[in-house]
Write a protein that binds this ligand. Sequence first.
Ligand code: PLP
Length: 384
Amino acid sequence: MYRRSYLQIPGPTNIPDPVLQALNHPAINHRGSEFAELLAHNVRGLKQVMQTENDILLFPSSGSGGLEAAIVNLLSPGDKVLAVNMGVFSQRMGQIAHNFGASVTWIEKEWGTAVTAADYRAVLEHDLKYEYKAVFVTHNETATGVLVDVESVRRMLDDLHHPALLVVDAVSSLAISDLQTDTWGVDVVVSASQKGLMLPGGLSVISVSPKAWAAQERATMPKWYWNFSTMRQRMAIGQMPYTPAINLFFGLEVALKLLQEEGMPNVFRRHTRNALAMQAGLMAMGLELLVENEAERSPAVTAVKLPANIAYQDLARGTEQLGVTIGGGLQRLEGKIFRVGHLGMLHEMEVIATLGALEMVLHKLGHDLQLGVATGAAMASYLR
Ligand SMILES: Cc1ncc(COP(=O)(O)O)c(C=O)c1O
């Protein structure tokens, strides 16, 4: 029997029907005027969503491609960078830089905690010669459900008068959590299509500040596909250096319209409300969240410790049978946690349905809970 499915993994997210319909479009010439207009229109919309006047570049790639693009355009082999290991995705930024020959200093954090401005400061305050060229921040660590305070990292850099570039991975925070690119002086923001932008994967979105462009001119890491200058030149004439995933641009136009109609402050508020309701429901079932510090909990995804005697595969299979897909732990958290995504197109009833499925399956698997506690706690959270 056909039924609506609830894709509650931390991305890709559910695609709104109007976006799906827009994606269903005949092919057009990617070197023609229709594409040029669509591209310009989408770049204008993205500037609003990214809260920036900086240049925006779009690459036909996943978010990881966007991260690699940022790194090879900003840095030269041997450059010192400050990276964080607090989960799979923060680790990825440092790993890419390392593979391209950067000298990476790691800030090690327990997975499930957030890096703070003080952690960065502890390294940078000794860097009196300003040898660090870039500081990497993963705004939302999707592997653990942790949100980082980007603004405080900017304040710390200003306080130290440190000129390092501030490079932010916003793959799972753009159009989810407030990220004031220009006000906070974020030099490069990297995001992707399949999370807050509610599209399929395949498009990375990058904003580049004038200071980052100056670094780009000096950077010698090898690149061809990812060359920012080539992309900027081609985008200026309404094209790309190669064939983009054209239909994503039709979807993006509609997704941006949906975000604009809702208004970005409302989009952020909706995510926070949904996250709080989801977390209230999960905790009401006696489950323990991975992130202990409430202030560090993500509005996009919640990681939950698996109760003893409940295997992730059994839980995931059970919810899947009810049409609800959840995510598992990655790397060292595999088999220890499950993750529930609450990002993108999501409203009260989807949160309640997801909690309902988890409640039913956990109950069936022998977890001690009163049916209705999770959904009830979420409803109470919404009504507060
Ligand atoms: C914070 C973050 N960074 C990077 C990535 C990598 O993105 P992609 O899978 O599109 O390459 C993800 C994917 O989930 C992510 O959540």
